[in-house]
Design a protein around this ligand. Structure first.
Ligand SMILES: Nc1nc2c(ncn2[C@@H]2O[C@H](COP(=O)(O)OP(=O)(O)O)[C@@H](O)[C@H]2O)c(=O)[nH]1
Ligand SMILES: [Mg+2]
Length: 224
């Protein structure tokens, strides 16, 4: 059914290593806190999420983590509807990495805005805090993104992250009635994936037409 296709959402969780991405996702999916999780592993989890009375079938991709040298993996951009960008409130470097990853995504997708939630993880570690609440909020505001602080350890605001992400995705859909559309590249369709698909199609089209012309000429010569 077409309605079912519309409710499928893909969410990528990105950010520096050891900021708590896997702990956040596993707390959300499996309702427990992992003290240590294999750091380089990438996993995709599927979860049915009811958001504002609508059921969504969500794929949540827990990435291995990025740094300034990582080339953005195309599967973390193509086909992705929403992004969860995680930093640790105990690491200034990981906070700076959010901007770096954000820039990589928008450069890769060729757009100027993405449906995104910026997450300050490990908020229970107040003594080790290096990033103020206000800084996180300001970064999110500057990108028109949602923002929240979480503790996977104490299960604080974990589910809220994914609800906010769905909210950001839905807000940008062309037929969204909840808010007026902001003018972003994403407003052309469901997300960066669709825009990339569109651009690829446009690039492929002339080659396709040329090939058809060659085939037609060959056919005409044979008939003649
Ligand atoms: N205190 C505290 N530690 C956390 C929290 N989330 C993750 N950690 C710890 O931070 C380390 C890295 O977490 P992990 O989820 O593997 O990070 P990832 O590399 O971003 O996936 C692990 O030792 C976790 O137990 C949290 O909310 N509070
Ligand atoms: Mg991990």
């Amino acid at each position: 059914m077409p309605g079912d296709i519309l409710k499928k959402r893909k969410i990528a969780v990105l950010g520096a290593r050891s900021v708590g991405k896997s702990s956040l996702v596993i707390q959300y999916i499996e309702n427990h806190f992992v003290e240590s999780y294999y750091p380089t592993i990438e996993s995709t989890f599927t979860k049915a999420i009811n958001y504002k009375g609508v059921d969504y079938d969500c794929d949540i991709i827990d990435t291995a983590g990025q740094d300034e040298y990582t080339i953005l993996n195309s599967k973390h951009a193509i086909g992705i509807h929403g992004f969860v960008l995680v930093y640790s409130v105990t690491s200034r470097k990981s906070f700076d990495m959010v901007q770096t990853v954000y820039d990589k995504i928008i450069n890769f997708c060729g757009i100027n805005s993405i449906p995104c939630v910026i997450v300050g993880a490990k908020m229970d570690l107040q003594q080790q805090r290096q990033v103020a609440v206000k800084e996180g909020q300001e970064l999110a505001t500057s990108h028109g993104a949602a923002w929240i602080e979480t503790s996977a350890k104490n299960n604080v605001n974990v589910a809220k992250v994914f609800e906010l992400c769905l909210g950001e995705i839905e807000r940008r859909l062309p037929n969204s009635k909840s808010e007026p559309q902001r003018k972003t590249a994403l407003s052309c369709d469901y997300g960066p994936s669709s825009c990339i698909t569109l651009r690829t199609t446009i690039r492929i089209a002339p080659a396709h037409i040329a090939l058809m012309c060659v085939k037609f000429v060959r056919f005409a010569v044979v008939v003649y």
